[in-house]
Design a protein around this ligand. Structure first.
Ligand code: GUN
Ligand code: FE
Length: 424
């Protein structure tokens, strides 16, 4: 259990509207938990090891609530399609390659290195349907020191022959073997049930996944109401469901007793939003992906006003960048277009709100994570924004906003701590 002090210009969210900053302050980690932030270092902490990052920004580690590790290889390629064509033309053919463990080894090394070197300290990650390659990804994620939920994907229908499990039985059996192998194997890497989305999972498979969810008390991740054609398809596949979310709910894989994160929620109906709120389902807002695949603009302002649990996702490779800095500025920008072009009553998301979503908002999926309040797990990122010189005086929060808009996470990350361990 590590204990130490970080000194620098500290910035963290208390709530979506309150961004706290302390210039030249002290952030204390004791037994891997945050003891708070201080202007002057209290006597009792004077003997702890001090990391002096004077003049640098210190923020909580950021949380990527939704990304696809096997898609990292083709990020920024073939972006001229909408969801269903993009899946068929790009995603599925790349994911099929992960039956080859040598390929998985190479691709997942590149992915895990990139995530380690980003401002992200925690992530919810889709692998592919391949059990062995998913284990490879989990081994590599564990080595990064980051905390992650990793999912072996389930898909037993409406999928190409080289990326489709033979039956619900085989899919569930393989999933159970993978869970048994991974559930107690790691310190920082955990299995999460991952039915890809309703179109690729038969009713029989969903029932079997619920049984596994209960048996092992696993969280769940999937996709929800991302694209209009997809939603229409789901309504045809599940004629008895009141909404796409209700289809997951009919298998009890939508919050309540199964902690759940759903990516996108661009076109969630009122009743679907009500159900998400009632069941405590997390929304992973993925603005870059929603733009690249012409999916639409998710009404984040209304989710915030309604008190839904919301965080941000890179959704690589629908999103082309793993950067949560980028997801923060995209969130603000997309909300401005929504306000101007769709609904003038939906005030744009502020920088403070978007930073909150990337830290404390998404962090809640992992427990008390994403802030420097007392008792929070100690995840921190140190950014050297002197790589972005400026002639004028700027406050700490202005420096943070600018560092995020100007992508200082590409070369400005000086140190990173996860659960009190220094990983960079
Ligand atoms: N829906 C089902 N699979 C996917 C995927 O891989 N990416 C995105 N963006 N949406 C999906
Ligand atoms: Fe996705």
């Amino acid at each position: 259990m590590s204990s130490f002090v970080l000194k620098g210009d500290i910035c963290y969210s208390i709530s979506k509207d309150t961004l706290k900053t302390i210039k030249n302050g002290y952030c204390v980690c004791e037994n891997s938990l945050c003891q708070g932030v201080f202007e002057k270092l209290p006597e009792i902490y004077k003997n702890l090891q001090l990391y002096d990052y004077e003049g640098k920004l210190i923020i909580p580690g950021l949380i990527d609530l939704h990304t696809h590790a096997p898609q990292f290889s083709f990020r920024g390629l073939n972006m001229d399609c909408e969801l269903i064509d993009w899946l068929n033309n790009n995603a599925f053919s790349e994911e099929a390659k992960f039956s080859n463990l040598d390929y998985a080894e190479k691709a997942y090394s590149i992915f895990s290195d990139a995530l380690k070197n980003s401002a992200t300290t925690r992530a919810c990650i889709f692998a592919t349907l391949h059990k062995e390659a998913t284990k490879t990804l989990m081994d590599k994620m564990e080595k990064t020191g980051l905390v992650s939920f990793v999912g072996k994907v389930n898909m037993d229908r409406n999928s190409p022959g080289n990326l489709c499990e033979e039956s619900a039985d085989i899919s569930a059996k393989t999933t159970q073997e993978w869970i048994e192998n991974s559930i107690n194997k790691y310190k920082n890497t955990y299995p999460i049930l991952t039915p890809r989305f309703i179109p690729s999972c038969s009713d029989e498979l969903m029932k079997k996944l619920k049984a596994l969810q209960q048996k092992y008390n696993l969280p769940v991740q999937s996709h929800l109401s991302e694209n209009k054609d997809e939603i229409k398809w789901v309504s045809e596949l599940c004629p008895d469901s009141k909404s796409y979310g209700d289809a997951y709910n009919s298998f009890s894989l939508f919050g309540k007793d199964a902690k759940t994160v759903m990516a996108h929620c661009v076109y969630s109906s009122d009743s679907e939003v009500e159900l998400m709120k009632e069941n405590g389902v997390f929304v992973a807002h993925c603005p870059a992906s929603n733009t690249n695949l012409s999916s639409g603009i998710a009404p984040v302002r209304s989710y915030l006003d309604k008190g839904l649990k919301v965080g941000l996702g890179s959704d690589v490779a629908g999103g082309h960048s793993l950067s949560l800095f980028r997801a923060i500025s995209d969130t603000v920008q997309m909300s401005k277009l929504y306000y101007r072009l769709v609904d003038a009553s939906a005030k744009p998301v502020t920088f403070s709100e978007a930073f909150y979503l990337a830290s404390k908002g998404g962090g809640e999926f992992f427990g008390e994570v994403g802030s420097f309040e007392k008792g929070y797990e100690f995840d921190a990122v140190v950014i050297d924004d002197s790589i972005l010189p400026h002639p004028q005086e700027l406050t700490v929060s202005e420096r943070l906003e600018r560092a995020i808009y100007l992508n200082a996470d590409f070369s400005g990350i000086k140190a990173k701590f996860v659960r009190g361990n220094k990983v960079i």
